[in-house]
Design a protein around this ligand. Structure first.
Ligand code: ADP
Ligand code: ADP
Length: 231
């Protein structure tokens, strides 16, 4: 059962000299799996995430999310897929500055037909799970960078998406907060969520089941982190 499939995907940016950000990438990500994407700066990691998250379309090849070729979806269907099927955790967290932590986390549920009380309960539960149960009334500018990142994480997870895409999720977190975030990822993975995490950090990648190494827009190798096989 496949959550995401890339079939000979190419992405070329045309700014003067063409840049082949992805150059023939084929990859199947099983449903419920936990995948890390590693590679040097410029290797195509963000491009890959944007394609999987339906934020962008390939120049050639197919991106299939949840059995649907992204090319065949209307703009509205892509937006719906992003809102309910896919949860994003980005470096730039885009919190609404005038909404407090609870309201920010509750926001993605607005169009899900959930009552206000249930939305707030769910948002509070997620904030507690990221260790911010005592900060629910704070505005983003009253929170530290790491706390804001955790609010963004709670928001990404609030609709219980089938697929979570995280780009450097622990980039600027202290060690303790990072391990809380990674434990949360593991808990979601344990609950059946497909996790895809881009990271520069080996120890973050090692929480996954396998590491896809990108180099110059191609898959250099796939490293299985099955504890049994490693030995
Ligand atoms: P790449 O393109 O390889 O993903 P980036 O240019 O996004 O690399 O980031 C390079 C480094 O700078 C990374 O270690 C990343 O964590 C850090 N970084 C990038 N953007 C931010 C940001 N908005 N806040 C904090 N750190 C960031
Ligand atoms: P990574 O996330 O691994 O750092 P990216 O996917 O961001 O890699 O970039 C891959 C290549 O594509 C790089 O050479 C980058 O400069 C180029 N690139 C990425 N986005 C754009 C864009 N919007 N326009 C032009 N070139 C881009």
């Amino acid at each position: 059962d496949v959550a995401v499939a890339l079939e000979d995907v190419r992405k070329t940016y045309q700014l003067g000299e063409p840049v082949h950000a992805l150059d023939g990438v084929s990859l199947e990500i099983p449903r419920g799996s936990y995948t890390a994407i590693m590679g040097p700066s410029g290797s195509g990691k963000s491009t890959l995430m944007n394609l999987v998250g339906c934020l962008d379309t390939p120049t050639a090849g197919a991106v299939v999310v949840d059995g649907r070729d992204v090319r065949d979806l209307s703009g509205r269907e892509r937006t719906r897929l992003r809102g309910s099927e896919v949860g994003f955790v980005f470096q730039t967290f885009n919190l609404m500055p005038r909404l407090n932590a609870l309201e920010n986390v509750a926001l993605p549920q607005l169009f899900q037909g959930i009552s206000r009380g249930d939305r707030r309960d769910r948002a509070r539960e997620l904030l507690e799970r990221v260790g911010l149960g005592d900060r629910i009334d704070h505005l983003p500018n009253e929170l530290s960078g790491g706390q804001r990142q955790r609010v963004a994480l709670a928001r990404a997870l609030v609709n219980d998406p089938a697929i979570v895409l995280a780009d450097e999720p622990s980039g600027n977190l202290d060690t303790e907060t990072e391990s809380q975030v990674l434990d949360l990822f593991a808990a979601f993975h344990g609950g059946g969520t497909t996790m895809i995490v881009v990271t520069h950090e080996r120890h973050v990648a090692e929480r996954a089941e396998r590491i896809v190494h990108l180099l110059d827009g191609e898959i250099e190798r796939i490293e299985e982190l099955d504890g049994v096989e490693e030995r």
